[in-house]
Design a protein around this ligand. Structure first.
Ligand code: UD1
Ligand code: CA
Length: 502
């Protein structure tokens, strides 16, 4: 058959209000699976490479219009000032697009499970059958609210009757109009002006084109889609969640078929645009969001949220929250790590427990293992940052950068006051506050020399377990009677009496 893409116009209906969402955000803009609902529809539409895409916008078009233009820059936006029905909307669309011939495919903007291959098959079948109108129908257990497909005794489609206009007998029909229709453009252009609004809703029904085609002796066909969820719309937030769960189930199942191990599909959430390599393992409670990409043999989870991240092969990420971060090949992150935008852990690097990073590079094999904040910094290859180190990047006015050289080893409980540079192979002592650059190979020590006040415990804490222990260690007789009431006020020996501790 002829190429289905040839002279194909796709109209995406998105002018209606969607009041049941009870939201200041327009219905089709609500996110599911990492895209807006209309984003999923537009992705499916683009897959079939139509000659033109027309989106009908009306309600809150200042929100919807720019969103559509961002996703499909060459889409035509047709503005429907008042929402007078689907027939009116399509009329506005064909006028804006200047459609004169070929095939017109109409879809709605709120069906997030819709797939390009289904649309392609439908359009191709419509063209092959040379019909005036084709209806993608669906067989549903509860047809309430949908237009019903009315067939004659021969099984030919006679009309679509809307819920409010249907007789009791017609309401029993379980074959419904999914809202996805294909038209011969020449027929459609003739039919649209003939559609009136003489019905229960006082709207111009696109579906009345079916009756007009029959009256003109033209062919109409309806074919139920096997996978009816693809054409289901989300009208409220409960339906949105339901479709979101099903979308996720499908995405996760597909990744398992493609070689990804998912230990618990029920608690694994993967957005539509995520890309995973074979032999990735995902442990329970993991969300892979946005444009996240994971390379082979990486193990993610349990309990990770990674948004717009790039994870290298063989990396291990445990209980981490990361956004716009790059985690290199064989790197280790977690547990309990927070990687904010611009964090990069190079190959075999480590970001450990209770470590927060932002706009920083942790060099190849470098480690920030414990309880630290690293912001606006560059940690050189092979360096090790001591436990409890804070990069003080913010002076209250401006953010400044910190650089730690290759194979530098810094002590525990340091503060690096930015801007500052610690040279290659340099070190810092525990508790150092680094305010000035440390030359390569030097050891920075910022605290004063340590003073030991000999006999302090005996003088200041006489009669306590602390003083007893000190006396025992120094071989002296303890002075003063032991008085348990001192212990609680000492603030030093908080472990209580020595005898009772195991
Ligand atoms: C429509 C169909 C019905 C079908 C159902 C599937 C008609 C008359 N009825 O009914 O047969 O079973 O969809 O969901 O077509 N829209 C506009 N401009 C308007 C009116 C609607 O752009 O003036 C858009 C809406 O935003 C929505 C779509 O068209 O995306 C369908 O409109 P809606 O009002 O939901 O139609 P239904 O009554 O559900
Ligand atoms: Ca609807």
């Amino acid at each position: 058959m002829a190429n289905a893409r040839h002279n194909l116009t796709v109209i995406v209906l998105a002018a209606g209000g969607g009041t049941r969402m009870k939201s200041k955000t327009m219905k089709v803009l609500h996110p599911v699976g990492g895209r807006s609902m209309i984003g999923h529809v537009l992705t499916a539409v683009r897959e079939i490479e139509p000659e033109r895409i027309v989106a009908v916008v009306g309600h809150q078009r200042e929100q919807v219009g720019p969103h559509i233009q961002e996703l499909v820059p060459d889409a035509v936006l047709a503005v429907q000032e008042t929402q007078d029905g689907t027939g009116h909307a399509v009329r506005v669309a064909v006028e804006a697009a200047g459609t004169t011939g070929g095939t017109v495919l109409v879809v709605t903007g709120d069906t997030p499970l819709l797939r390009g291959d289904s649309l392609r098959a439908f359009a191709e079948e419509h063209e092959a059958a040379q019909r005036a109108v084709s209806i993608l129908s669906g067989l549903v257990p509860d047809p309430f609210g949908y237009g019903r497909i009315v067939r004659n005794d021969e099984g030919d489609v006679e009309a679509i009757v809307e819920e409010k206009d249907a007789t009791a007998a017609q309401r029993e029909i379980r074959e419904i109009n999914s809202g996805i229709l294909a038209f011969d453009a020449e027929f459609l252009l003739e039919a649209l002006p003939k559609i009136d609004n003489d019905n229960a809703k006082g709207e111009y029904y696109l579906t009345d084109a079916v009756q007009l085609a029959r009256d003109a002796g033209l062919t109409v066909g309806a074919h139920p889609i096997d996978d009816v969820m693809q054409t289901e719309g989300a009208n409220d937030r409960a339906q949105l969640a339901e479709l979101g769960r099903e979308l996720n189930r499908r995405i996760v199942t597909q990744w398992m078929k493609d070689g990804v191990t998912v230990m618990d599909p029920a608690t694994t959430w993967i957005d539509a645009d995520v890309v995973l390599a074979p032999d990735v393992t995902i442990l329970p409670g993991t969300q892979l969001l946005g444009a996240t990409v994971v390379a082979e043999d990486a193990v993610i989870g349990p309990d990770c949220t990674l948004k717009d991240c790039e994870i290298g092969s063989g990396a291990r990420v445990v209980r981490a929250h990361a956004e716009l971060a790059v985690i290199g090949e064989g790197a280790n992150v977690g547990p309990f790590s927070y990687l904010r935008p611009g964090s990069e852990v190079r190959a075999r690097g480590k970001i450990g427990a209770f470590v927060e990073t932002k706009n920083s590079v942790i060099g190849e094999g470098a480690k920030v293992p414990h309880l630290s904040y690293v912001g606006d910094a560059e940690v050189g290859e092979g360096a090790n940052i001591g436990a409890g180190t804070i990069v003080a990047n913010y002076d209250g006015v401006k953010k400044h950068r910190t650089k730690v050289g290759r194979h530098a080893k810094t002590g525990a409980n340091n503060t690096f006051v930015a801007p500052v540079e610690i040279g290659d192979g340099a070190g810092t002592a525990g508790g150092t506050v680094v305010r000035r650059d440390v030359p390569p190979g030097a050891l920075a020590v910022s605290g004063g020399p340590q003073r030991n006040l000999e006999g302090w415990a005996e003088r200041k804490r006489p009669g306590t377990a602390q003083a007893e222990a000190a006396a025992a260690a120094t071989g002296q007789e303890p002075q003063g009677e032991r008085d348990a009431s001192h212990e609680d006020r000492s603030g030093v020996g908080q472990t209580g009496s020595g005898e009772e501790q195991s």
